[in-house]
Design a protein around this ligand. Structure first.
Ligand SMILES: *Cc1c(COP(=O)(O)O)cnc(C)c1O
Length: 362
């Protein structure tokens, strides 16, 4: 198929905005008259240093990152943060609170338990992770070093629609909804996100950390996993993921042209509302996530029949609506509608769903 015949609903790595790819293509062989590609540049060169500094500045502007917080460009994916967070923030005899609302927050809690005591402030497993706990349900321990939660559950299709309140610093996995809405960064001790959902190609992990929390890592913390070291070295202790950082810069330019995170928030609400309104009135499909907990980024749904789900996914692919199969732990379908998904993609999906419904509603 040709690129213009396809809408890619992949959960990650995921669709990138076409103008971003076109610009990367135009600059690929010879960046800014340097005679070389960004891929070929020394990370210590003046030219690359400018790309790095500008990308960081753009991210600070897009999210309104205050001076108290450092922006780090790391590697290892969001999953490395599952261990980097406790190594740096959880004292030997300390305790950390975790809300388990899905697959990745469960993994984060398990990893932290290797380093200290983990208290589950909430666990929605009994509800098959179809909902987000309410503030009143969260049960915090007395002297937690931090409270960790995952803002958007990519696999289950649920999203926190409020910022939880507790005395401990908030640590938030925003891998799949960062840059989709404004956030008050000062509310957080630490935010982390793998880039490959809403920011850039895989290989970059963004960390935004309150500098006052850094510098207390355990003695055995690997150098590469020390926030303090990375803050001191401005993420250049070793070679950073240069190309992904450059791509993030292009994405942030595009984002600004689209009205920034406020513009993204309007668009995502519109995209998601179309799908959920349809699902709630469908005779064939049901949304998995409960109202009030639904993700605007990953819409999960099913027909109730595995055979029909498979037919739906297959038929969709034949029309160029790709990667709609749900994660293996949930089954069913998942439409990931990140920032870069054009409204036309959602409309094409809806059109297909309606035709599928007419054909299969007996
Ligand atoms: C994809 C994802 C992860 C895992 O990210 P990696 O970069 O593959 O380690 C963790 N948390 C959330 C919320 C995700 O969506």
């Amino acid at each position: 198929m040709e690129r213009n015949q396809v809408y890619n609903f992949s959960a990650g790595p995921s669709v990138m905005a076409e103008p971003v790819l076109r610009r990367a293509q135009a600059e690929l062989m010879n960046f800014g008259g340097s005679g070389m590609s960004v891929m070929e540049m020394s990370h210590r060169s003046a030219q690359y240093a400018a790309i790095f500094a500008q990308t960081k500045e753009k991210l600070i502007r897009a999210l309104g990152v205050p001076d108290t917080h450092a922006v780090l460009f790391l590697q290892g994916g969001a999953s490395t943060q599952f261990s980097m967070v406790p190594l740096n923030l959880l004292p030997e005899n300390g305790c950390a609170d975790y809300a388990v609302t899905g697959h990745f927050s469960g993994n984060a809690a398990k990893e932290a338990a290797k380093y200290g005591s983990v208290h589950l402030a909430a666990d929605t497993a009994a509800d098959h992770h179809t909902r987000i706990p309410r503030q009143e349900e969260l049960c915090f321990s007395d002297h937690a070093a931090y409270f960790h939660y995952c803002a958007n559950n990519t696999i289950y299709g649920t999203e926190w629609q409020y910022v939880p309140r507790t005395d401990a610093p908030l640590v938030c996995d925003m891998s799949s909804d960062i840059l989709s809405r404004p956030v008050n960064v000062s509310d957080y001790g630490l935010i982390y996100a793998g880039a490959q959902k809403n920011m850039a190609p895989a290989g970059l992990t963004v960390v935004i950390v309150d500098k006052r929390l850094a510098g207390k890592e355990r003695a055995e913390t690997p150098l590469m996993l020390s926030y303090q070291r990375m803050i001191e070295k401005d993420s250049m202790f070793n070679t950073p993921p240069c190309w992904c950082i450059y791509m993030l810069g292009l994405v942030l330019d595009w984002l600004e042209e689209q009205g920034g995170v406020a513009g993204m928030e309007r668009l995502k609400a519109e995209r998601a509302k179309k799908l959920y309104d349809y699902l709630d009135n469908s005779q064939v499909f049901q949304a998995n996530a409960q109202p009030g907990s639904r993700s605007d980024m990953n819409v999960t749904f099913r027909t109730g029949s595995e055979a029909l789900d498979a037919a739906f996914v297959k038929g969709a692919a034949e029309e160029g609506l790709l990667n709609l199969k749900g994660h293996r732990v949930t089954g069913g379908m998942r439409a990931s509608i990140y920032n870069a998904m054009p409204m036309e993609g959602v409309d094409a999906l809806l059109d297909y769903m309606k035709r599928f419904e007419v054909a299969h509603h007996g």
